[in-house]
Design a protein around this ligand. Sequence first.
Ligand SMILES: Cc1ncc(COP(=O)(O)O)c(C=O)c1O
Length: 374
Amino acid sequence: MKKRETIFLSPPCMHASERRMVKEAFDSNYITAGGPMVARFEREMEARTGIPHAAAVSAGTAALSLAYRELGVGRGDIVFCSDLTFIASIGPAIHAGAKPVFIDSNPATWCIDPALLEEALFDAQKRGKIPKCVTVVDLYGQCCDYDAIEAICARYGVPLLVDAAEAFGATYKTRSAGDAGFAGVLSFNGNKIMTTSGGGMLLSRDAAVIERARKRSQQSREEKPWYEHVEIGHNYRLGNVNAAIGLGQLAHFDAMLEKKRRIFARYDRELAGLMQEMPEASYGRCSRWLSVFLLDDGGRVMPLIDSLAKEAIEARPVWKPMHLQPCFKGCKCYGGAVSERLFAHGVCLPSGAGLTAPQQSRVIRSVKRILHEQ
Ligand SMILES: Cc1ncc(COP(=O)(O)O)c(C=O)c1O
């Protein structure tokens, strides 16, 4: 029997331009961390996002780590973070010795609920335990309510970090995803809308923040002929070959973004009545990094995902909220019922920018049949 081709959740979507740029990197022999294509990639991302300063690093997690480092997050500090996210949003702060407090989602956006954030900050002020940082996550390509969150953080004098790892291409009003607070983070790992194989970026309107992050990403080496270090840095710089892939991907970014939105719109149309779509906030445009839907009956989510897997179709549940993670047992969470419901009822369907119409038809047919048979 012919083996069925696997349809992955969000695989890379490559073109001739990436190959051409990688060849150019090879021909120049800059097979290094850093290099001319890294600088070029940074300038193109600055132009594309409208955020004037960018440091390209080896992962979104590395960018988050540099952001926490910039704020001096350390032992005993508290960091507030969106509850519904991937662990990398808070992981580097925990490594630095901080304690998390999680804040639930708003059901209308699935992103952090500004009212709960305000409540948590009010409590924190009363107890004299203001967090060192508030980290908000642009979930599945949907921006948080930047204006509301910035105003709240400003009232309490707390720096805001935007984890826009999943949201390159999304907008909040006229701003790009990540363009809020003191800095924003993007990820270019292999499942993101655009990839550098592995990579990430810290972006900011503050040139000094990015200058320090770039230096720290290269072992904090001073400008001396010998190796001189006033502080201890990291080895986080993006590789030149990775940046070459990124430059090749950027040439196709608009088309890939458009494709993601079309994939979502087709699922939404053809699965109407069976599933409820992740809402799009009125203040911006979601990138639809992943096409995410809710089933009325949460008990059908895992059987659906398992049955799809048997048909070589990769689907996943929504992120498991941080407050339910064993490693965060006992950590405080404001709310939690919304993220729990989204986790229990949510399913992410194959959404790669390279997904063909016949492949998507196959996914839709399988979903309909499985849900009918269940
Ligand atoms: C919300 C969020 N934050 C951070 C990251 C970490 O990015 P990376 O995998 O590039 O380290 C990811 C994705 O992987 C993510 O989804």
